[in-house]
Ligand binder design. Structure first.
Ligand SMILES: O=c1[nH]cnc2c1ncn2[C@@H]1O[C@H](CO)[C@@H](O)[C@H]1O
Ligand SMILES: [Zn+2]
Length: 432
């Protein structure tokens, strides 16, 4: 007997062989997908009737700072340098373990509500992020964000903490938690430190998550200090590989694009953050055309200001079109691939597609709404007309985390109340 059968659904498998199944079923057993097809001979404890709904892989947010939900609306309409150095970093210095726990639970709630089933995080106080992931039932690839600013003592301490976090949490929460090394960026970490991080990551067989060329300022800094851009610099120290997740990659030359594609680097595109901080337009269409694996992320809530991957998908498509002045750039299906299949590849998890043997990470989107009617093309509707609020049910590792718009895994009202209190206390500590 299976655990769950979803029936009468439009199944958007995101698998090239299975395609879309207009009136299909998905069978879930022991946290995995047991069957996807037109019908099933199986029976299950729980039957979900998904008439009028789309079942699809849960969305994968490949660049996030979950705890930054506490800074939603706290630092808007600023230049990135001042935003980060004058506003965010001083505030982060006052964050406690408990703050991060609540901020991360709030992020998990928001993600589960808006159809995200996995996220890649880089932040601080990471034990408590991991605890929030464990409690909520979501899946995540977590990294401690390391910055050395060229100090040897700082480098030692940061790598020690990064390694401790990796060894303590990798594979925990029934395998829902994986870990990564998180050197912040080429202009906040020294060359020596980045070399050490890469060596440690290879030794531990752990992936790396890093910000790369988000700003023109980084490009200029790297050219001034090393005589080359971050892409060539990281190539020079043998940093690149399929194990690297590089967030942003806005300021790329055609030569850089070639390098990223050649090394199979995973690139997390964050269009809303890039627009809000006026960082620029990443050459996503060119990256995809060159064969690079491009996925999608929201970045933190201080530069977005939400974690809605549906909004991110639409923005990605629109930004590429206007950036290239070509309305055929980044069509809806390609954006869906970025948010599902490509994201799973970037995190090295067996999710992102509805197919036998894969993780049972999926969402049910209710299409019976005025703004989703009529339904000519499902991919188009999901990317251009839907929002995270249309997600009805969210399932991760075969567990129902939200059903019929009711969050079942966490006490939503309790977390909302605590988040308000936590951010108030935090604001008064920052001001004092
Ligand atoms: O857009 C961004 N660019 C650079 N750094 C960022 C951005 N968003 C968040 N952080 C910062 O990255 C560190 C991760 O541990 C945090 O300090 C966070 O504030
Ligand atoms: Zn970021």
């Amino acid at each position: 007997m299976a655990d769950i059968i979803i029936k009468n659904a439009y199944v958007l498998t995101m698998d090239p062989d299975l395609g879309d199944i207009e009136n299909g079923v998905v069978v879930i057993e022991n946290g995995l997908i047991k069957e996807v097809g037109r019908s099933t001979g199986s029976t299950a404890d729980k039957i979900i009737d998904a008439r009028g709904c789309v079942v699809m892989p849960g969305l994968i947010n490949t660049h996030c700072h979950a705890g930054m939900t506490l800074f939603r609306g706290y630092a808007d309409d600023m230049h990135l340098k001042e935003w980060l150095e004058d506003r965010i970093w001083p505030a982060e210095a006052k964050l406690t373990d408990d703050d991060i726990h609540i901020g991360s639970l709030l992020a998990c709630l928001e993600m589960i509500r808006s159809g995200t089933t996995s996220f890649a995080d880089m932040y601080i106080h990471m034990d408590r992020v991991a605890q929030a992931v464990k409690e909520s039932g979501i899946r995540a690839a977590l990294s401690y964000g390391m910055i050395d600013f060229g100090s040897k003592e700082k480098a030692d301490a940061e790598l020690k903490e990064g390694s401790r976090f990796v060894s303590q949490w990798n594979g925990k929460a029934d395998g829902r938690i994986t870990t990564m090394y998180g050197p912040h960026a080429p202009n906040t970490c020294s060359r020596e430190f980045l070399i050490r991080v890469k060596e440690q990551a290879v030794k531990d067989k752990i992936r790396i998550h890093i910000h790369v060329l988000e700003t023109e300022a980084e490009l200029n800094y790297m050219k001034e200090n090393f005589g080359m851009c971050s892409i060539h610099f990281l190539k020079d120290i043998d940093f690149w590989g399929t194990d690297v997740l590089a967030a942003h990659c806005v300021w790329l030359s055609d030569g850089d694009i070639k390098i990223l594609a050649e090394y199979g680097v995973n690139i997390s595109h964050n269009p809303v953050s890039n627009m809000k901080l006026a960082s620029g337009i990443a050459p996503v269409a060119k990256l995809i055309a060159s064969g690079a694996n491009v996925c999608l992320g929201t970045d933190g809530c201080a530069s977005n200001n939400n974690l809605d991957m549906f909004e991110e998908m639409k923005t990605a498509a629109l930004l590429q079109k206007v950036g290239t002045m070509d309305p055929t750039a980044l069509p809806a299906r390609q954006v869906l691939e970025m948010a599902t299949v490509n994201g799973a590849k970037a995190l090295g998890i067996k999710s992102g597609v509805l197919k036998e043997g894969h993780n049972a990470d999926m969402i049910i989107v209710d299409m019976r709404k005025p703004h989703l009617t009529p339904l000519h093309d499902v991919a188009s509707q999901l990317v251009y007309a839907a929002s995270g609020k249309d997600v009805r049910t969210t399932i991760v590792a075969g567990k129902v985390l939200m059903e019929d718009f009711m969050v079942t895994c966490l006490d939503e009202q309790d977390i909302l109340g605590k988040a308000v209190q936590t951010s108030k206390n935090l604001a008064s500590r920052i001001d004092s």
